[in-house]
Design a protein around this ligand. Structure first.
Ligand code: HEC
Length: 145
């Protein structure tokens, strides 16, 4: 019985590799990006690129292990829903009141450590931001409101 379950699992994992995710990023229009539109300072720019842009932008990088199903499906799901709710690459498209709301949310989520998602940090230690950096980032979001 145990052997059958194990074999079934192995077979599933092999077949799963044939279901590929689409890794093409939507086109990046520099002029529509929040960091360019606001002439963000370098420290903010680098924090956002490190800690947020794999999910909330059109500049997602997929390391090799993101190609392994089912991790790849799970990752792609995160990227899709993150882009849908807030895409910093398409900042120009948000109406003024939506911008204000998203900035408010961004500051809150960074301060409360809800973002970046903790499971992402396991595989991306470079995306960890210190307490101090969080405060800098949150203050910057608020300064743009
Ligand atoms: C691993 C992917 C990932 C990373 C990295 C990430 N986020 Fe998110 N974020 C999500 C997902 C998925 C959602 C939507 C579901 C949810 O709210 O949990 C979201 C939602 C949000 C929202 C709410 C948007 C709205 O209006 O509904 C904000 C604000 C946000 N993230 C800010 C950030 C900031 C700022 C960073 C970087 C410091 C960041 N996120 C890093 C995946 C990510």
């Amino acid at each position: 019985m145990k052997k059958k379950i194990l074999l079934g699992l192995i077979l599933f994992l092999i077949l799963a590799q044939f279901v590929r995710i689409d890794k093409t990023n939507p086109p990046v229009v520099a002029a529509n990006d929040i960091l360019n539109m606001t002439s963000a300072p370098d420290d903010v720019r680098s924090m956002m690129k490190r800690a947020c842009y794999d999910c909330h932008s059109n500049e997602t990088k997929y390391p090799w292990y993101m190609d392994i199903a089912p991790i790849s499906w799970w990752t792609k799901g995160h990227v899709n829903s993150a882009r849908e709710s807030l895409n910093y690459s398409e900042w120009a498209g948000f109406p003024a009141d939506a911008k204000k709301h998203k900035l408010e949310e961004s500051a809150l989520k960074v301060r409360k450590k809800w973002m970046p998602i903790s499971s992402y940090l396991i595989a991306h230690p470079e995306a960890r931001i210190s307490e101090e950096e969080r405060e800098t980032l949150a203050k910057w979001f608020e300064s743009q409101m």
